[in-house]
Ligand binder design. Structure first.
Ligand SMILES: *[C@@H]1O[C@H](CO)[C@@H](O)[C@H](O)[C@H]1NC(C)=O
Ligand SMILES: *[C@@H]1O[C@H](CO)[C@@H](O)[C@H](O)[C@H]1NC(C)=O
Ligand SMILES: *[C@@H]1O[C@H](CO)[C@@H](O)[C@H](O)[C@H]1NC(C)=O
Ligand SMILES: *[C@@H]1O[C@H](CO)[C@@H](O)[C@H](O)[C@H]1NC(C)=O
Ligand SMILES: *[C@@H]1O[C@H](CO)[C@@H](O)[C@H](O)[C@H]1NC(C)=O
Length: 312
């Protein structure tokens, strides 16, 4: 029916693998930023000390030696000698002290994280001539308030689909950063031709997708591009479905949309998607959907960055 570029299968599969572990990514991301900040801080502190020593040595050696190799050797030994375990330990002890007074954590979105940023910022400001700035940006969090509900009406017969976090038995799954929706009444389903990656696909959909629920097959372009087009064509909600091109592309998958997404979105199994597609092909079946998605209203959380610029 529709051909999929092999490259895309690979890409989608990767996305799926990543997404399987999404619930571990936030804490890991937090740790990475914290470790990054520590390493940045310690590196800058070390580099400043090393720089000072190196400057002195270079001046001293400038006249006396033009032997590049000898200079490199002395630089190397200066670098390694200037990394003092006591210096590193004193910073690590301070970070441990911060964790102790912050409920044992310095993870993102905790007071320990902020205290870590303050420690590094204050140390660099007091001990270097770097121009140190600290800035915060905000990230969106996502969680469901309740399991989503998906019901179809085909030829007047309703069917309630199975949502499960055990994805192999699920008919459908939520998309991370989906927005909430409660259609209350059945809303007509329209299938988007091909894989919904071009304006042409959305314009050719019959009936027009505006104000309706759109059924879109996986493949060819990133999910975010399909959703961007759905938003452009004023779709009420999107039902993506797997393409069944291999045994591992039958179940629904957990996908992550853009943080700024505003489209209610679910992901269906290949079996359910194909059956609904089939139903829409007979207009007399009057295929309609009811959706209930309740995303928790969680405030964005702040993440901090430190920049240390040389004065010149
Ligand atoms: C530590 O956790 C308790 C309860 O979980 C909380 O009330 C308190 O504010 C936390 N303290 C800090 C420094 O984060
Ligand atoms: C960030 O902290 C606030 C306040 O403690 C909390 O309500 C929220 O769930 C946290 N967000 C994340 C992503 O940890
Ligand atoms: C950390 O600092 C930011 C920026 O000032 C603030 O918005 C946030 O609430 C602080 N987080 C905690 C847990 O104190
Ligand atoms: C559909 O199933 C869900 C549980 O999966 C249930 O909460 C809901 O009430 C059902 N709706 C109908 C109309 O049967
Ligand atoms: C497709 O729909 C037709 C009726 O329009 C039905 O007879 C057929 O069984 C359906 N096939 C599938 C695979 O659902």
């Amino acid at each position: 029916m529709i051909s999929i570029e092999p490259g895309h299968i690979e890409k989608d599969f990767k996305i799926y693998k990543n997404i399987k572990y999404i619930r571990f990514i936030l804490p890991i991301f937090g740790l990475i930023i914290v470790l990054g900040a520590i390493i940045l801080g310690l590196s800058i502190i070390t580099l400043v000390k090393v720089n000072n020593k190196v400057d002195r040595i270079i001046d001293k050696h400038h006249e006396s030696t033009s032997n590049a190799k000898a200079r490199q050797q002395s630089l190397n030994s200066i670098l390694s000698e200037s990394v003092r375990i006591e210096d590193a330990m004193s910073h690590l002890n301070e970070l441990q002290r911060i964790a102790k007074v912050s409920n044992g954590t310095r993870a993102i979105n905790t007071s320990g994280f902020n205290a870590t940023l303050d420690y590094i910022t204050n140390y660099l400001t007091a001990n270097t001539n770097y121009k140190v700035t600290k800035s915060f940006f905000f990230l969106r969090d996502f969680a469901l308030a309740n399991n989503p509900v998906l019901i179809s009406s085909v030829n007047g017969i309703t069917k309630n689909y199975t949502y499960s976090t055990q994805i192999s038995v699920a008919d459908f799954y939520h998309a991370v950063y989906s927005t909430s929706i409660n259609t209350n009444e059945f809303t007509q389903l329209t299938a988007i031709p091909n894989v919904g990656c071009s304006d042409d696909d959305w314009q050719k959909a019959n009936p027009s997708p505006a104000g309706r629920v759109a059924l879109v097959k996986r493949g060819t372009c990133p999910f975010r591009e399909k959703i961007a087009l759905a938003t452009k064509y004023n779709v009420k909600a999107v039902l993506l479905y797997n393409d069944g091109t291999s045994p591992d592309r039958v179940s629904p998958i957990e996908i992550t949309l853009a943080q700024e997404n505003s489209m209610p979105t679910l992901f269906l199994s290949f079996t359910v998607g194909q059956a609904l597609l089939n139903s829409t092909q007979n207009t007399r079946s009057n295929t309609r959907m009811k959706l209930l998605i309740e995303a928790k209203n969680i405030p964005d959380y702040p993440v901090g960055n430190i920049c240390a610029d040389t004065p010149s």
